[in-house]
Design a protein around this ligand. Structure first.
Ligand SMILES: Cc1cc2nc3c(=O)[nH]c(=O)nc-3n(C[C@H](O)[C@H](O)[C@H](O)COP(=O)(O)O)c2cc1C
Length: 418
C-alpha cells in the first residue's frame, strides 16, 4: 500500500484535508498525519487520528516520538509528502529552508517528493512574496495542485481556494505514478540551485476546443482534446512560469501548479485571456471555432416535418490575431498553433504572417495521424527564419521541448531547438 505523509497547515481549508484522508484511503493510499500548531486550531488531532487510523504527529521536541521513530525517519516514512493546506507561512518556510517546528523540519529533511495544495486569501496568494516563494519551490522540484478560484471563507473572490480533495487525490496518484524525474533534483539540490528559466515570467496558454451554442442543447464543436495545451501549461509551470491556462470544454483535470480558467465559447475565451494579460508569453494552443451561429435559439429548436432549419454563421473573434496585433500590451512572445490536414507548412507560414505571431507550432491532424485526441504528436516549428521538423514524440515530451524553446527565445536566443 502506498503511503503519504500529510502535513496539515493552519488554514480554514484544513477541514477539507480530513476528507482528503478518506479520498486517498478509497484509492488504497494510507495517510500519516502531521499537524502544525496552527492547524490544531482548525482540526483536532483526534479526528485526524480516527480517519487515518494512525498516530498523529505534532511536536518536534517529543521524547516519545523521537524514541519511536524520530523526525528524520518520519520524513522518510512515506512515498510522498503532501502539504494541504499549504499556508503562505509554510510555503515561505519551505522556500527559505526554515525548520523551527516538526512540519517545517521534516519538509527540509525529507528525501521524498513534496506536493503542495496552497490555500490562502487572494491577496496573500497574489503577493509578490508568495509568487517568489512558489517560483522557488517549483524550481526546487516541489509539485503543486491548485489553488482554484472562487468565493473564499474571508468573503473575497479570486484565486486562493484549496483544490478539492478529489483533485488533490488525483495529483497524489499522478505523483506516485511518475518516475522520480523531480525527486532526483530534490535529492541533490546543490548550493545555489538556479530558479527555473521562466521564474517570474507570466504565461497565458489557451487549450481545447470551444463550443458555440446553436440552442440550449446543441453546439458547434471540434475534436481538439486539449492534451497538448494542458501538457504545455504544465511544462511551462515546471520551468518556473506563473501560468494561466484558459481551457475550453475538455475532461482533463487542472494541471498542477497552474491557474486554470474554464470557458465554453470563443468570446468567453477571449475575455478570459484579456483578464489574464499582461503576460510575457501568449500561447494559443486552443482550437477556437471560427464561426458561430448568428442567432442562438433561446429554446430548443424543434424538428419540423419537411422543413430544415437554416443557420447563418458569423465569424468568431480571432483571439490569436487580436492579441498579436495589439500595440502596447502585446506579449513579447506569441506562439500560435496550426492544425492542418493538408499543405501543413505552407498554411502554417501563411498563418504566421496573417496572425502576426512569432512562432507557429504546426501539425497534421488528418484522421489517419491519430494526433487529435491521441497522446503523440509530430510538430514543425515555423518562424520567419525557417522550419524545424521534430520527430514523432509523446505530447508530454513535445510540451517539455516547446517550453524549453519558449524559454530560449524569451532569453533572446534565436535558436528554437529544445
Ligand atoms: C481564522 C484564520 C484563518 C486562516 N486561514 C489561513 C489560510 O487559509 N491560509 C494561510 O496561509 N493562512 C491562514 N491563516 C494564517 C495562518 O494560520 C498563520 O499564518 C499561521 O502562522 C500558519 O501556521 P502554519 O503555517 O504553521 O500552519 C489563518 C488565520 C486565521 C486566524
Amino acid at each position: 500500500m502506498k503511503r503519504v505523509l500529510l502535513v496539515i497547515g493552519g488554514g480554514v481549508a484544513a477541514y477539507k484535508s480530513l476528507d482528503l484522508i478518506r479520498r486517498l484511503r478509497e484509492r488504497g493510499i494510507a495517510s500519516r498525519v502531521v499537524l502544525t500548531r496552527a492547524a490544531k486550531q482548525f482540526v483536532t488531532p483526534l479526528s485526524a487520528a480516527g480517519l487515518s487510523g494512525d498516530k498523529v504527529y505534532d511536536e518536534l521536541f517529543s521524547l516519545t516520538d523521537e524514541a519511536e521513530m524520530g523526525h528524520i525517519q518520519l520524513s522518510r516514512s512515506a512515498d510522498l509528502v503532501v502539504v494541504a493546506p499549504a499556508t503562505a507561512d509554510l510555503m515561505a518556510k519551505m522556500a527559505h529552508g526554515l525548520a523551527d517546528d516538526l512540519a517545517s523540519t521534516l519538509l527540509l529533511a525529507t528525501d521524498k517528493r513534496v506536493l503542495i495544495a496552497p490555500a490562502m486569501n487572494v491577496r496573500m496568494w497574489l503577493h509578490p512574496a508568495t509568487r517568489r516563494n512558489l517560483a522557488t519551490l517549483k524550481s526546487d522540484g516541489v509539485l503543486a495542485v491548485g489553488p482554484g478560484e472562487g468565493e473564499m471563507a474571508c468573503g473575497e473572490f479570486g484565486p486562493g481556494r484549496m483544490a478539492e480533495p478529489n483533485e488533490i487525490a488525483d495529483a497524489v496518484e499522478r505523483a506516485l505514478g511518475e518516475p522520480a524525474r523531480i525527486a532526483a533534483t530534490h535529492a541533490l539540490p546543490g548550493p545555489g540551485t538556479a530558479l527555473g528559466p521562466l521564474a517570474g515570467k507570466r504565461v497565458v496558454v489557451t487549450a481545447g476546443p470551444t463550443h458555440e451554442p446553436i440552442d440550449p442543447v446543441r453546439y458547434i464543436a471540434n475534436r481538439s482534446s486539449g492534451k497538448q495545451g494542458f501538457a504545455l501549461a504544465r511544462a511551462l509551470a515546471d520551468l518556473g512560469a506563473y501560468v494561466t491556462l484558459v481551457a475550453g470544454p475538455v475532461g482533463l483535470p487542472d494541471p498542477a501548479g497552474v491557474t486554470t480558467r474554464r470557458v465554453e465559447t470563443a468570446r468567453e475565451m477571449l475575455a478570459a485571456v484579456d483578464e489574464a494579460l499582461p503576460a510575457d508569453v501568449f500561447v494559443a494552443a486552443a482550437a477556437v471555432a471560427d464561426w458561430r451561429v448568428a442567432t442562438e435559439g433561446g429554446e430548443k429548436i424543434k424538428k419540423q416535418a419537411g422543413a430544415l432549419p437554416r443557420f447563418d454563421l458569423i465569424e468568431n473573434p480571432d483571439i490569436l490575431a487580436s492579441i498579436a496585433r495589439r500595440g502596447a500590451g502585446r506579449p513579447p512572445l506569441i506562439v500560435g498553433f496550426a492544425a492542418e490536414t493538408e499543405k501543413v507548412i505552407e498554411h502554417a507560414r501563411a498563418k504566421l504572417a496573417r496572425k502576426g505571431c512569432d512562432l507557429i507550432v504546426a501539425n497534421d491532424v488528418s484522421p489517419q495521424t491519430g494526433i487529435m485526441g491521441g497522446d503523440r504528436n509530430r510538430v514543425h516549428l515555423v518562424t520567419a527564419d525557417g522550419v524545424e521538423d521534430w520527430p514523432d514524440l509523446g505530447k508530454d515530451e513535445v510540451a517539455r521541448r516547446l517550453a524549453a524553446a519558449i524559454a530560449a527565445r524569451l532569453a533572446g536566443r534565436r535558436e528554437i531547438s529544445a
